[in-house]
Ligand binder design. Structure first.
Ligand SMILES: [Zn+2]
Length: 244
């Protein structure tokens, strides 16, 4: 059985990531938040490197010419997006769009942070010809239909283990678009502060329970979705999951 963590913030090879990766077979996609973490991820040769500027860093990282240079060798662009928690959206939008320009030009996948700003994010994303988009930690139930029709992936993390709203979203998102993530190093208080990719099998299990699929089939389907998001295959190979 294979698992995928499509969004975690490891920045260097060290005992932490090695311990985690040796304990369970979970592939990890490493996502940056600013210039420093982007360079770290590339220089340390971390797997599936996504480079970019998180909305919380958009104010301090206005000149993103450095991103042009490293985006070419990265796997994708992110974490980028919008979040009113970090200040006015207008300056964030500028940085977001600059990153989407690069993603469009290079036809790289994008990871989008859209907390309380998913509508605006989708509006902006829709004006680009992007190859693949992931709405990371997607939690705006009323926009599920739009995400499905745009064919964007949506990732669910450990919060799914206790959030009824996320459960409802999982029910509505096309199963071919569901991915799993930990958003490491975020610690989940209702899960007694646990964090990291070790939680991924539990998230997959929860998705299988919600949709009524067998655990193994669900894991296979999500791994297949990840292959498409990462651009390693174009069409689905996963068998239709059977009901548990
Ligand atoms: Zn993140």
């Amino acid at each position: 059985m294979e698992f995928i963590d499509v969004h975690s913030h490891f920045e260097s090879i060290g005992s932490e990531i090695e311990k985690l990766l040796s304990s369970v077979r979970i592939r990890v996609v490493c996502v940056a938040t600013d210039k420093e973490s982007s360079l770290n991820i590339i220089q340390n040769g971390l797997p599936y490197a996504f480079v970019g500027v998180h909305p919380s860093c958009a104010g301090s990282d206005e000149d993103i010419s450095w991103l042009n240079e490293i985006a070419a060798v990265a796997f994708g662009i992110g974490e980028t997006g919008l979040d009113p928690k970090y200040g006015p959206l207008e300056p964030q939008e500028k940085i977001f769009m600059k990153q989407l320009d690069i993603a469009e030009k290079l036809q790289k996948p994008v990871q989008v942070h859209s907390r309380n700003a998913a509508k605006k994010c989708l509006e902006i994303l829709g004006s680009y010809k992007l190859s693949r988009v992931l709405m990371h930690w997607f939690d705006q139930e009323e926009l599920t239909k739009e995400v499905n029709s745009m064919g964007y992936f949506a990732s669910f993390g450990p919060a799914l283990l206790y959030s009824k709203k996320l459960e409802r979203i999982v029910e509505k998102i096309d199963t071919s678009l569901i991915l799993t993530e930990s958003d490491y190093p975020i610690q989940y208080t209702p899960l007694r502060g646990m964090s990291g990719p070790v939680l991924i099998p539990s998230v997959v299990f929860k998705v299988s329970q919600i949709l009524g699929y067998k655990f193994g089939d669900m894991a296979e389907l999500i791994a297949d979705n990840a292959e498409r998001f990462l651009g390693r295959v174009n069409s689905t190979n996963a068998p239709t999951p059977s009901k548990a």
